[in-house]
Design a binder for this molecule. Structure first.
Ligand code: LMR
Length: 330
């Protein structure tokens, strides 16, 4: 392990967060804190964030140093974007479903059954329209550096969900996305927006009956332990905006900025190539650990797609019909 790539070892956790993490960069280096909410060692975001820190801290030694704070240890969902604008953190990778107060356009990534699989989503993010969306919040001071894919999402609940009507009357935790809320309503369920770090407790205590997430989140956060089963719906994409602030980027010298952006781009390409394998191994980990997975028949799946169609219409004006068409054709 490279000295400056911060991982939550027992020793580090025993120390206070600030002293444990802040001491790793050398004096005189520009320090960038990277905060995120996921955990474990096999999660795609954990892997990408650590790879970024490993490369920057080795190749840019003395010029730039990245400290990684996983599992909401520095900032959770509700505070991280504000913290980026305040300069309390410099790099984030929030889910694209968490930007509703800044732009409506990212709703395109949330439309149910928009992408057949992650390859289609990658094709869209590599298109001109996808690349343009990286700049959707430049006016606020946010700079998109790239998209980090995480996986397709699946519904878990305290009962098997073969059909969308099985979700009737159930409460589902959702991210802070209006599209996700409308999707749950279309299933006859009740959407409960909640920060990621609160999901396990809410499922365990019955505050909510279900949630939707990737294999990696369901495994690394142990949601499968407090749910009856996971249904393999693949109904939505989970991807992250790997981002910084214009204040941070503009503050770097041109040479440091160029080297950082080059590494950021290469890390993004590699991370996205490895996501499918990580997802499949965490699906297998769920089964090995005693979790149950329901596979849908083609007929059942068609019912899910049908039930969610009205959601597209509802957000067409917010997102833009042209953008929706481009994403759907990817
Ligand atoms: C969630 O809130 O469910 C996810 O966005 C968490 C994450 O970052 O993968």
């Amino acid at each position: 392990m490279i000295k400056k790539n911060i991982r939550p070892t027992a020793i580090a956790l025993a120390l206070s967060v600030s002293s444990a993490f802040a001491s790793e960069c050398d004096p005189g280096e520009v320090v960038a804190k990277l905060s995120h909410v996921t955990g474990g060692t096999t999660h795609p975001k954990v892997v990408a964030a650590n790879a970024l820190a490993d490369r920057v801290n080795k190749e840019m030694n003395g010029k730039l140093c990245i400290e990684v704070f996983p599992s909401s240890t520095l900032f959770g969902d509700s505070k991280e974007l504000e913290a980026l604008l305040l300069g309390d953190v410099q790099i984030l990778a929030p889910s694209l479903s968490k930007f509703g107060s800044y732009t409506r356009k990212y709703g395109v990534f949330d439309l149910p059954f928009m992408f057949k699989d992650m390859d289609a989503a990658i094709r869209f993010t590599n298109s001109d329209a996808g690349k343009d969306l990286l700049n959707a919040m430049n006016n606020v001071g946010f700079v998109g550096l790239g998209y980090w894919m995480s996986g397709m999402k699946y519904f878990s609940a305290n009962k098997a969900l073969a059909l969308p009507t099985d979700a009737k009357g159930l409460k589902f935790r959702v991210q802070s996305s209006d599209v996700a809320k409308a999707m749950i309503a279309a299933m006859g369920g009740s959407p409960q927006p909640m920060a990621f770090k609160e999901v396990y407790g809410a499922l365990q205590t019955g505050v909510v009956d279900g949630q939707e997430n990737t294999w990696s989140n369901i495994y690394t956060k142990k949601f499968f332990e407090v749910q009856d089963s996971v249904t393999e719906t693949s109904h939505q994409l989970l991807a992250y905006l790997f981002m910084t602030s214009s204040e941070f980027l503009d503050g770097l010298t041109p040479e440091v900025r160029a080297q950082f952006l080059k590494i950021a781009n290469e890390v993004t390409q590699t991370a996205n190539q490895n996501v499918k394998a990580k997802e499949l191994s965490n699906r297998a980990n769920i089964l090995k650990s005693g979790g149950k997975i329901n596979v849908l028949t083609a007929e059942q799946r068609a019912k899910w797609v049908e039930a969610m169609k009205p959601v597209w219409k509802k957000f067409e004006n917010d997102i833009g019909a042209e953008l929706i068409k481009t994403a759907a054709g990817a």
